[in-house]
Design a protein around this ligand. Structure first.
Ligand code: IVH
Length: 694
């Protein structure tokens, strides 16, 4: 029975919330954890249990409410009470001094002033509204006049307090600041996207923007966004007639405002400085030009603000900018270095990628020693030679690439770099079909291909072998323990234990994970085999129509092609794969090892009813935030089906950036084209929407 909460329970809930809030503040804002994780978890669970037993006690500012909620249908546009201005840029110190001269001409009697210098965080501005101390709204900058209400997402950001840390909150407080993704999180997200075959986010700012506009706040919660606050408005600040309710809170300088924000529970960037002259600002700017590169987040300049609010108010705003602040930017991250060598990497599919080995150079906070040269066509286009001086850029500040070759600095008799004719790993002849950009090794026993195949086999969306990462696979292949994925199932503790840094416990764990992979469904095994063109979607479709490996292996290309959404190219690839004797042996060995090579009865059951029940989707292009597996999971969870090619039975085409021929075909057939936002809206609704969105 769900008993009404008595006073003691209510009091306990309150105590738990304050303790958890204080611990979160220490951890996320002060960077000084004061509770062991286990204690935090225990208190958190106690609160969760109490709230589950007494739902009437749940409040929106409870620490349990940060986990995200059901996808929103769409975001609503909200007009900002006070516009979010942008900042005038100064690209060097001379321009900054010119800016100072300008504001001084406007206020000629002003003597010495103080500036606050803050790092300019390369993220996305947010405006947060607190009513009676409780977070009620989080809105993106948008065009500065109106933004989107993304409150559920904002609530998942741990360094944003759900309740202000004061007993006497003014009725309305608006806090502004920058939401950003720490670099490690950004890299992790991109690594996951690469694994899933999705295009990487170009830079942390785009990744943060995409995450903030994600309709499913549970995805946002998983992405660890962070936030630095830099502006606070207390009710009445902009309106001289209204009284500020709590004058002792009201700051009169930017420096005091930052301190107030920190007291209220926000994370404020610690690298701020009170400067007493333009010279001080210059020293700060020079100092942080290199120090900023050690930070765990990206910055692209320094924001300089006049400290005194009274002076700020006198100077006011131009059409676009405040006159009392300026962004003093750092130059873009490009650097010249020397090409020492070009190596050629062989991937799982045998694709050979040229990689520039560079004399190490500092770029955007990291040492860059390698950069991709993509493929043979790009090599030819760059006309790159050994020893060339090249310009490297961190495209999106993360993925380094060679953007230019300074031909005039080329050493005499330098040798031109070309694609090899033979595989650098196994020496067999490479193949480059006329109409493709990719050069490939086609020897299936090539150690690079074997390693790649095993890594693919172990992926989360394939056979999900936890712990079987690159470093183990490399050793297993190098030591000759594994020459094919089937060999994984014959490994013993005695084989694994001697590997460098393995030991008994890890060996046991890894063998357990390998054994567990035998329970993965037939569709996953089919995908894990790595047959060309057979991604997760095609594997599922094929596994449904051919419920056993024997049926699929016996099917002719024509028979395979009769499957809805499977085209001739895929059918040929599958058919050919099963004709290779080594692959037949592989299947036999997998069967003996006990892998699932037939569908279980449940796998063939009807789709669950949902808002997208009976609807067929095709995905194309790069979506703003979702990877393909994520989008597929959302569609399937709502009862829809994803297929790989457009036909007249397709209901919707989900199109992202760089959509190609599928988009043209769908338009020709009059199929509804959806954006990611449309999809999330449809999937989030309880009723299937019959009318196309676009
Ligand atoms: S102050 C009117 N302070 O830079 C005051 N902005 O180019 C405007 N930004 O839209 C904002 N760090 O998104 C301020 N410490 C900082 C900042 C900062 C990053 C961003 C902000 C703003 C943009 C202007």
């Amino acid at each position: 029975m769900n008993q009404a909460a008595d006073d003691t329970t209510a009091a306990r809930v309150q105590t738990l919330r304050s303790q958890l809030q204080a611990a979160s503040y220490a951890y996320y804002v002060l960077d000084a954890p004061d509770l062991p994780d286990e204690v935090y978890d225990r208190l958190y669970r106690e609160l969760q249990d109490l709230e589950a037993a007494h739902p009437e006690l749940v409040t929106p500012d409870s620490p349990t409410q940060r986990v995200g909620e059901k996808p929103a249908a769409q975001f609503t546009s909200v007009r900002h009470n006070i516009p979010l201005y942008s900042l005038e840029n100064a690209f060097d110190v001379a321009e900054f001094r010119a800016w100072e001269d300008r504001w001084r001409r406007q206020a000629p009697e002003t003597g010495e002033v103080e500036y606050v210098a803050e790092l300019k965080i390369d993220g996305n501005a947010l405006a947060l509204t607190y009513e009676n101390g409780v977070l009620v709204r989080g809105v993106t900058r948008g065009d500065g006049i109106a933004g989107e209400d993304i409150t559920p997402n904002v609530r998942t950001i741990r360094s944003i307090p759900l309740r202000l840390n004061t007993d006497t909150p003014p009725p309305v407080v608006e806090v502004r600041g920058e939401a950003f993704l720490p670099l490690d999180v950004f890299e992790q997200i991109n690594a996951e996207r690469a694994e899933q075959g999705a295009a990487p986010f170009a830079n942390p700012r785009n990744a943060a923007a995409g995450t903030l506009r994600q309709l499913d706040s549970r995805i946002v919660a998983a992405r660890r966004l962070d936030f630095f606050a830099y502006t606070v408005y207390l009710e009445g600040d902009q309106n001289p007639k209204s009284k500020i309710q709590n004058p002792k809170l009201s700051p009169s300088t930017q420096w005091a405002a930052l301190e107030l924000l920190q007291t209220l529970g926000f994370r404020v960037n610690p690298n701020r400085q009170l400067c007493r002259s333009a010279d001080d600002v210059q020293a700060y700017y020079d100092d942080w030009a290199t120090r900023r590169l050690q930070l765990s987040y990206l910055t692209d300049g320094v924001v300089v603000k006049l400290n005194d609010f009274a002076l700020q108010q006198r100077l006011g705003f131009t059409q676009k900018f405040p006159r009392w602040a300026v962004a003093l930017k750092y130059p873009a991250e490009e650097a010249p270095t020397i090409l020492e060598n070009v190596s050629f990497q062989v991937g799982r599919t045998g694709a050979v990628t040229p990689v520039a080995e560079l004399r190490p150079v500092q770029l955007a906070g990291t040492t860059v020693a390698r950069a991709t040269l993509h493929n043979a066509d790009r090599l030819a286009e760059l006309d790159i030679h050994q020893g060339d001086t090249v310009i490297v850029r961190k495209a999106g500040e993360i993925i380094p690439e060679v953007v230019r070759v300074l031909g005039e600095l080329r050493p005499e008799n330098a040798i031109k770099v070309t694609m090899p004719t033979h595989c650098p790993q196994c020496s067999s002849a490479l193949d480059k079909p006329e109409d493709e950009a990719v050069t490939r090794c086609i020897n299936i026993s090539c150690p690079a291909i074997v390693q790649g195949a095993i890594i693919h086999w172990a992926r989360r969306d394939a056979l999900d072998i936890e712990g079987l990462g690159e470093k183990w696979v490399k050793q297993l292949v190098e030591q000759g323990l594994v020459q094919s994925v089937a060999d994984l199932y014959g490994l013993t503790e005695a084989d694994l234990e001697p590997l460098d840094r393995m030991g008994k416990r890890l060996a046991e764990k890894l063998l357990g994970a390998i054994a567990a992979s035998k329970t993965r469904p037939w569709a996953s095994v089919l995908y894990a085999l790595g047959i060309r063109h057979v991604g997760t979607v095609n594997a599922k479709t094929l596994a449904q129509h051919f419920p056993t490996v024997e049926a699929l292996a016996a099917a002719s290309p024509d028979e395979i092609e009769t499957v809805h959404t499977i085209g001739p190219e895929i059918a040929q690839a599958v058919f050919q794969w099963f004709r290779v004797p080594a692959n037949q042996t592989l299947i036999d060995r997998l069967r003996q090892a006990g892998l699932q090579l037939a569908a279980s009865p449940e796998a063939q059951s009807q789709p669950a009813p949902g808002p997208l029940a009976g609807k067929t989707f095709v995905l194309t292009g790069t979506l703003p935030t979702l990877t393909r597996p994520e989008a597929t999971a959302i569609i399937e969870a709502a009862g829809g089906k994803v297929t790989s090619s457009v036909s007249k039975t397709t209901d919707y085409l989900l199109a992202g950036e760089k959509a190609g021929s599928k988009l043209t075909k769908a338009e020709g057939l009059g199929i509804a084209i959806l954006t990611e936002a449309d999809l999330l809206a449809l999937a989030g609704e309880t009723q299937a929407q019959e009318t196309p969105i676009s």
